[in-house]
Design a binder for this molecule. Structure first.
Ligand code: ZN
Ligand code: ZN
Length: 166
């Protein structure tokens, strides 16, 4: 994983400019949330972010967390994913500054998220766009399956045992 520390300065500047342009309040809460987001390397949902802020004893309301996430998505500092592996309506987020475009693998058992980059995706994008005369702006690719994580296997076995008992 890339160290996110040098990015936070750039992210702060970008957020500041965005809030100024939109005439939105440059509150310390928003920047604290941005910092929490950029300190993480995972794909989190809004509730997880809210809990993390609470654990840091940062007094911020759930509404502010949700609302700030929207702002961060709008200004391109965070990307939103709809992985559709559990609750289809639940969005998951990750920081996007300094990140390469990548695809995701989702474990259907433990909902672990993995990432991969493959230059062939870029090739497909270009070829298909050219063939169909379509300007591709972005894409989303998700592979669903089972991960090899030990904790995940244990969980699967436990679930199987429960089914057998019943
Ligand atoms: Zn798993
Ligand atoms: Zn990702």
């Amino acid at each position: 994983m890339l160290n996110s520390t040098p990015l936070i300065g750039e992210a702060r500047t970008k957020l500041e400019e965005y809030l100024l342009t939109k005439g939105l309040r440059r509150s310390s809460e928003r920047f604290a949330i941005l910092e929490e987001v950029y300190s993480r390397n995972d794909h989190f949902d809004a509730e997880e972010l809210y809990q993390a802020m609470k654990e840091r004893s940062f007094a911020v309301s759930r509404a502010t967390v949700y609302n700030t996430l929207e702002v961060l998505v709008d200004c391109g500092l965070v990307s939103r994913h709809q992985f559709g592996d559990e609750d289809n309506t639940k969005s998951r987020f990750e920081k996007s500054l300094g990140r390469q475009q990548h695809a995701h693998l989702i474990c259907v058992n433990c909902h672990r998220v993995m990432e991969f980059c493959d230059p062939r995706l870029q090739l497909i994008k270009t070829t298909v766009g050219h063939t169909l005369q379509f300007h591709v702006e972005s894409h989303s690719l998700v592979f669903y399956g089972e991960c090899a994580d030990e904790a995940c296997v244990a969980r699967t076995k436990a679930a199987a045992a429960t089914i057998n008992v019943n």
